[in-house]
Ligand binder design. Structure first.
Ligand SMILES: Nc1ncnc2c1ncn2[C@@H]1O[C@H](COP(=O)(O)OP(=O)(O)OP(=O)(O)O)[C@@H](O)[C@H]1O
Length: 662
């Protein structure tokens, strides 16, 4: 039964944190309302005895008291509801924030790749919608507890044996809990089917995918698959719910027998002359209340049990989790300082491998940083076998991100396996990207370009090897220090359906409302025509998702994504993962020429590195260094003339594209 106190305590703490004054008022009103019910039964006894004895005055007084108590029961519950409803909404918002923090904590990308984590997030997201009910349940449970005590005392005054009546509730409560456990387990077991069903539904209704579904005439197979998933989930759930209902009925039956016994006992005493008419009326009224109270407690406990499960899931989200894959060092990460939902020392607050200081040390001891060659680039000498052992010991202090890059970024034997998989997608990547340089990553689909980009951005951590920024191991730097120095446009960039100003300004939150800064970034991305075309300009709403906004074309969304990436004026690393994929060829060329000029200036100013991924070789050849990835390995690197002369994979890919354009 400890879980009841733990869960109720948690819910009350969250509710008090949301609005203590309202919570106190709700408790007071609710307590008085619940107390009124058994007292009304006692009033009925007085009324009956006085009426039977022909005492009109006391009978009228008792009748008035009963009326007032019944009005209190109705009214106070209603007013309490107004208070706890608002408190519940605020508590839900608090828990939503907790969930958002869990899902968006540093390193969370790795965890979202884990299907079990994703399932738990889905379940919690659904459960949190019932937080208001949880607050209500806890208050009602308290009220019912109070009622039960008063009812038991009143019953005991008639016959001590009757005090045992509430005990008859215990089996039904325990059975009810077991029944709820069955349903919850079924929910967990079917979570994957439920997730798939939702995904298929989203696919079938999302304007972005519906075009392809229509064109490929995939509605039927999609619907069939949706039906199969839905059936698999709902059949198992229905079975569990039927079993739970049967168990609940069994519990209620046990209580019904006890109830009948109590009324019979009092009737027998009345026949024997040991009890009056008022006593019989009171026991009938109270026993009915006990029945309702017990049923209420059982229902509320099952609701609370659901809440306890939600807490377990929230705690599970916060718990460090061994990374999937083979030897990943990446662990579960959550924002520091968060408090465990159940009030126990939180795994959330413990230093995590990605935002704490790792044992990898602070400064590269390998001397691997090489000076830029004529093409502005040199390969990093690979570490000898056992190179990891040459690392410095545990860092004495948190490593710092340099203010400006003097040397550059070095990848040292970097390997990577996505969590939840066992197939490495990067193998032994060793590279030097000199400060101020511009690098193009090329390679066939699935070669690992975007993965490398994510590692450089600190969104994932290498499974093996290191990423060094001016000799500082990124693993030793809190990622939240690194991220402000990175600007990026990802291949799957976000479409923020917000105001145009917000869509772009999000790239540098402190300057979100700085129109000059936003316009500057828009200018650098050559996105001014979009601002002119959107009614309201910067204050215009984008997308149809949440209001009457302007829908943009794919290329226009990407331009704004680029502007967002260019909001940060002083990044050490600017990453553009296929920034021109949705742009026309002229647009791409103009963009890169302009972009190369400004990135050159940034490189001279702060040593900033520009890294872009592109499949268009007319763009790629502008880069100071080109890195060719082939199935997760660096196949070759160098500048355009060097790679052409080498007549390797680059020359082959370049030749193919050049011929296609001839
Ligand atoms: N989140 C993920 N979980 C598991 N595997 C992934 C994930 N993202 C990518 N992969 C796998 O990693 C490999 C490299 O993917 P990546 O996106 O880095 O390739 P890419 O070179 O950027 O390809 P493209 O040119 O198509 O964008 C692919 O085999 C892909 O299936």
């Amino acid at each position: 039964m400890k879980w009841i106190a733990t869960t109720a305590g948690f819910v009350l703490r969250i509710a008090a944190g949301a609005d203590r004054a309202r919570l106190v008022k709700a408790i007071a009103l609710m307590g008085a309302g619940y107390l009124a019910t058994p007292l009304a039964a006692a009033g009925l006894r007085e009324f009956t005895d006085a009426a039977v004895a022909g005492r009109a005055g006391p009978a009228a007084l008792a009748a008035g008291a009963v009326a007032v108590l019944l009005i209190m029961e109705l009214m106070l519950g209603h007013f309490a509801h107004l208070y706890y409803f608002e408190v519940g909404e605020l508590a839900e918002s608090t828990l939503n924030e907790e969930l958002i923090a869990q899902v968006n904590g540093p390193g969370s990308l790795e965890r979202l790749d884990d299907p079990a984590f994703a399932d738990t997030v889905n379940l919690v997201r659904e459960d949190l919608g019932r937080t208001r009910t949880a607050v209500e349940s806890v208050l009602q449970l308290g009220g019912l507890g109070l009622q039960l005590v008063v009812t038991t005392v009143l019953l005991a005054t008639l016959d001590p044996l009757l005090a045992l009546l509430p005990l008859a509730a215990v089996p039904s409560v325990l059975i009810g809990r077991r029944a709820q456990g069955l349903v919850e387990r079924a929910k967990e077991e079917t979570a994957e089917h439920t997730r798939r069903t939702r995904h298929l539904l989203r696919l079938a209704t999302d304007p972005a995918s519906i075009k392809e579904i229509r064109l490929f005439q995939a509605e039927r197979p999609l619907l069939d698959e949706h039906d199969r998933s839905w059936r698999a989930a709902s059949t198992a759930l229905r079975r569990a719910q039927l079993r739970a209902a049967a168990l609940n009925a069994l519990g209620q039956l046990a209580f019904a027998v006890a109830y009948g016994g109590a009324v019979t006992l009092l009737l027998w005493q009345a026949v024997a002359g040991r009890a009056g008419a008022g006593d019989v009326i009171m026991v009938i009224a109270l026993a009915v209340q006990v029945s309702a109270q017990v049923a209420g407690v059982a229902t509320l406990l099952t609701t609370l049990h659901g809440t306890a499960r939600t807490l377990d899931r929230l705690t599970a989200l916060a718990a460090p989790r061994p990374a999937a894959g083979t030897t990943s060092s990446a662990g579960a990460v959550a924002p520091a300082g968060t408090v465990s939902p159940v009030g126990t020392p939180s795994p959330i607050g413990t230093p995590s491998p990605i935002d704490g200081v790792s044992s990898a040390g602070t400064v590269s001891a390998t001397g691997a940083m090489s000076t830029p060659g004529p093409a502005g680039a040199t390969a990093t000498p690979a570490l000898p076998p056992g190179g990891a052992a040459a690392r410095p010991g545990p860092a004495a202090a948190r490593a710092r991100v340099p203010d400006r890059l003097r040397e550059g970024i070095v990848l040292e034997n970097v390997g990577f396996t996505y969590p939840g998989t066992d197939r490495p997608v990067l193998h032994d990547v060793s590279l030097t990207i000199p400060a101020g340089g511009s690098v193009a990553l090329v390679g066939e689909n699935g070669a690992g370009k975007s993965t490398l980009v994510k590692l450089l951005c600190g969104l994932y951590r290498p499974t093996s090897g290191r990423v060094l920024v001016d000799g500082v191991d990124l693993a030793a730097v809190p990622v939240t220090d690194w991220w402000p120095r990175v600007a990026a446009l990802f291949q799957d960039f976000a479409r923020f359906e917000l105001l145009l100003r917000e869509n772009v300004g999000t790239g540098d939150l402190p300057r979100l409302a700085d129109d000059a800064a936003v316009r500057g970034a828009i200018g650098r991305a050559e996105a001014d025509p979009i601002v002119a075309a959107v009614p309201g300009g910067l204050a215009g709403f984008l997308g149809h998702g949440y209001g009457p906004g302007t829908e943009l074309s794919g290329g226009q969304w990407q331009r704004l994504g680029l502007a967002r990436a260019l909001m940060r004026e002083d990044p050490l690393l600017l990453v553009l993962d296929e920034p021109a994929a949705a742009l026309d060829a002229a647009g791409e060329h103009a963009l890169f020429e302009r972009y190369a000029a400004s990135s050159g200036a940034a490189g001279r100013r702060s040593g900033a590195i520009t890294l872009f991924v592109s499949h268009r070789f007319s763009t790629v050849k502008m880069a100071g260094k080109i890195v060719v990835l082939d199935r997760g390995r660096v196949a070759e690197h160098g500048d355009h003339p060097t790679l052409l002369a080498a007549a390797g994979l680059y020359a082959e890919l370049y030749g193919l594209q050049a011929r296609a354009y001839r």
